[in-house]
Design a protein around this ligand. Structure first.
Ligand SMILES: Nc1nc2c(c(=O)[nH]1)N[C@H]1C(S)=C(S)[C@@H](COP(=O)(O)O)O[C@H]1N2
Ligand SMILES: [Mo]
Length: 348
């Protein structure tokens, strides 16, 4: 029997061109998301790059600027890390009033095993000048945007101290296979703990800079803009949890139901997860996270005795004392929605 293509989609498409697509709910039950099911978020089309012949330039406020080919990067000592990455726009669809931007539901989050060269190796070789304040990383992708003349590239900066964190990688592989084009082949940045926008794909240029970067994707997008003119940069992932089983909309028999999910935060380890099925909050059991930079599994049993519909809720706390809010924290562009989100099941 042949199946229609929409019967087994790899990803849930939000926009076709450029491709923006969510991980399907079933893929998020796994601790490491299969590569074909990792969400894709791109502002511009995938640039055509020459694979191992692609070169990165490292310059600006450094002692010794240089360029390095991807083939040379592959020959350098590697580090590997399992990292949970969430798009800052994940769950934008449940913010009110509806913000502009891609209308992500809850699938713009994935966990992958990245392997590559720590960024600090290249910065060490270049010798960052003492007056450098940030490291700028530019992708090879370019395109037009509504309100600016000519094409612009996707570029982001990190404070020097963050860029020197040995966990920040120039990744060459995802889940033990070469990076796919849509995920930044041949080389991308991976910044653990930060929302996805910091993890620049298709890296072409790295520059040490002496004044803070104010490019579009640093100061006009990926900012918490509060209507009153206050603007704060989007940085680390807010504490959040997701229920992966039962699935939203599932029909379950009456009785005990095991609720399972993940919790993550870029601001500290997960300290506690609570679950509510309508009778009040109680603690879930935490499992061991696959790594320090990945989500923490949790599980709880709830008693769904009577027929009818139930809203299952989960609420995570991190070691820094942050807890998920009940209501999405408002900002004009709809970033960082870490509010508690109901999963509805029907007991028959
Ligand atoms: N060069 C480049 N890098 C980029 C982007 C982009 O548009 N261009 N999008 C960013 C955003 S907003 C996110 S959430 C992540 C998504 O990475 P993924 O598509 O591999 O999941 O890539 C980031 N890196
Ligand atoms: Mo993103």
């Amino acid at each position: 029997m042949t199946r229609p293509p929409h019967d087994s989609p790899d990803l849930v498409v939000v926009r076709h061109t450029p491709l923006n697509a969510e991980s399907p709910p079933a893929a998020l039950e796994r601790d490491v998301t299969p590569a074909a099911h990792v969400y894709v978020r791109s502002n511009f089309a995938v640039p055509a790059l020459p694979g191992d012949d692609h070169r990165i330039t490292i310059g600006g406020a450094v002692r010794e600027p240089f360029s390095i080919g991807v083939a040379e990067l592959r020959a350098m000592p590697r580090a590997t890390a399992t990292v949970t990455m969430e798009c800052a726009g994940n769950d934008r669809v449940s913010m009110r009033p509806l913000p502009p931007g891609e209308l992500w539901r809850s699938g713009a989050v994935s966990t992958a095993r990245w392997s590559g060269v720590p960024l600090r190796e290249l910065l060490g070789r270049a010798g960052v000048a003492p007056d450098a304040v940030e490291i700028l990383v530019e992708g090879a992708d370019r395109g037009l945007v509504d309100d600016e003349p000519g094409t612009i590239s996707f570029a982001r900066s990190l404070p020097v101290r963050e860029a020197l964190d040995p966990r920040v990688l120039l990744a060459l592989e995802m889940n033990d296979a070469p990076l796919a084009p849509e995920h930044g082949a041949p080389v991308r940045l991976v910044v653990p703990g930060w929302y996805g926008m910091a993890s620049v794909k298709w890296v072409a240029r790295i520059e040490a800079i002496t004044t803070p970067f104010a490019g579009r994707f640093q100061s006009r997008r990926y900012v918490y803009d509060d209507d009153a003119g206050g603007v704060r940069p989007v940085t680390r992932m807010r504490v959040k949890s997701a229920i992966v089983a039962p699935a939203d909309g599932a029909i379950v028999p009456a009785g005990r139901v095991v609720v399972r999910g993940w919790a993550w935060s870029g601001e500290g380890a997960i300290a506690r997860v609570e679950v509510d099925a309508g009778a009040g909050w109680h603690d879930a059991r935490l499992g061991a996270p696959p790594s320090e930079d990945s989500w923490t599994p949790w599980e709880a049993e709830v008693e769904l005795a009577a027929r009818g519909r139930y809203a299952l809720l989960s609420r995570a706390h991190d070691a820094a004392g942050n807890v998920q809010p009940d209501v999405p924290p408002w900002n004009r562009l709809g970033y960082g929605n870490n509010a508690v989100r109901p999963v509805v099941v029907e007991v028959v």
